[in-house]
Design a protein around this ligand. Structure first.
Ligand code: SF4
Length: 158
């Protein structure tokens, strides 16, 4: 069983769109290369650790330095939609240990990582906890479950 401790303060975000942003259209006459982003990174998909150069423009994304298709896809994902695996710990009440190691059932968007971690830090699990037990379901609407990566027996701590 888990319960969520309320956040100390809620952060309100203002939505901005092309209709509401007063600076929309400011870059209409920008040269084609204006939105060019170049990033150097090391591919982490396999131990070869190829050095990738990813160039992202409004016309598309190019990857050089990759030795295989998986590296090309990794380079594109890192610039367009980077994803990260979550590993962390959750507070435990009534268990033999104070914290429970947890892991995501899949990757979450990097942009949602801080929000997901904040939710994990506010969560308390009650012992006993089974290995593989879902501690947080569909965290922050990502479709990823946060699951226990070890069991924790009841006893001792509150
Ligand atoms: S590009 Fe391919 S071979 Fe190179 S590190 Fe990435 S996955 Fe491995």
């Amino acid at each position: 069983m888990t319960k969520e401790v309320p956040a100390p303060s809620e952060v309100s975000l203002r939505e901005t769109s092309a209709e509401t942003c007063p600076k929309a259209g400011r870059f209409q006459n920008a040269p084609p290369d204006f939105f060019r982003v170049q990033k150097e990174l090391v591919c982490i998909i396999c131990p070869n650790s190829c050095r990738l150069t990813v160039t992202h423009t409004q016309d598309g994304t190019q990857v050089t330095g990759a030795s295989c298709k998986r590296g090309i896809q990794h380079g594109i994902d890192e610039v367009t939609n980077p994803m990260r695996m979550i590993t962390s710990t959750v507070a435990v009440t009534g268990g033999i240990l104070p914290r429970l190691p947890v892991i995501g059932s899949g990757e979450v968007p990097k942009a949602k990582l801080a929000e997901c971690l904040a939710k994990i830090y506010r969560t308390k699990a009650a012992a006993p906890v089974m290995y593989g037990e879902v501690i947080i379901s569909n965290i922050c609407g990502t479709g990823v479950d946060i699951i226990a990566s070890r069991p924790i027996a009841a006893g001792g701590r509150t």
